[in-house]
Write a protein that binds this ligand. Structure first.
Ligand SMILES: [Zn+2]
Length: 208
């Protein structure tokens, strides 16, 4: 029997990043929330698409360009259909792309709140001496990896640091500072719990 408890965490960010815009109706900088609605303007063979944001205070709109003066023939018909029908998954993909949003507007507000779905892949908590966590992101998040683990496993970040210093905890792929950076899709975390006094408590948490 495997002594590793393997669990997949599917992480769904809750609130899309908000651009900070000088609202001409409010007369000051305000966050704008994503409406998750597209505006599609097809003019002959040219097409423009925007994602619409609204001021949280006055509802004034700001259009974020998604496609600008593109040739309709260069775009997949299924993509045009998804844009025209305000496909929620597509809107979410653009809405949570904080890098593209920041490039467009400069200043944004980000929210680390996530919902975590947990699925046991194999192993049994009562036999586990190691934990393997596969992370899947359904959209980009600003939540840091150490905060995710501390929150979901119910342990302190200083304990995580001790595990990492002793190489009991590893991140794959491992990049400099991955630990204090936003959670990456398809990362795998491995924790060796063989010498851990609170092993029972910790292996109970990942599936809970
Ligand atoms: Zn406003």
């Amino acid at each position: 029997m495997s002594s590793t408890l393997s669990v997949r965490w599917t992480i769904a960010p809750a609130i899309a990043p908000r651009p900070l815009i000088n609202c001409n109706r409010c007369g000051g900088v305000r966050p704008y929330r994503c409406s998750e609605k597209f505006r599609v303007n097809a003019n002959g063979k040219r097409i423009d698409v925007w994602l619409i944001y609204r001021c949280v205070d006055c509802d004034n709109s700001w259009n974020r360009a998604i496609l600008e003066r593109c040739n309709r023939r260069d775009i997949e018909p299924s993509l045009i259909a998804a844009l025209e029908s305000n496909d929620p998954a597509l809107a979410r993909r653009f809405a949570f792309d904080s890098k593209a949003l920041r490039n467009r507007i400069g200043r944004i507000e980000e929210f680390p709140d996530v919902a975590v779905g947990k699925e046991l892949l194999h192993g049994r908590p009562e036999c586990a001496v190691a934990l393997s966590l596969e992370l899947r992101l359904d959209a980009a998040t600003s939540l840091r990896l150490d905060r995710l683990l501390a929150g979901e496993l119910g342990i302190s970040r200083s304990k995580l640091q001790v595990w990492q210093d002793r190489r009991l905890l590893t991140v794959d792929p491992d990049s400099a500072g991955a630990w204090r950076k936003p959670v990456r899709d398809r990362a795998t975390i491995r924790i060796d719990l063989a010498g851990e006094a609170d092993r029972d408590v910790i292996v109970g948490a990942p599936c809970g």
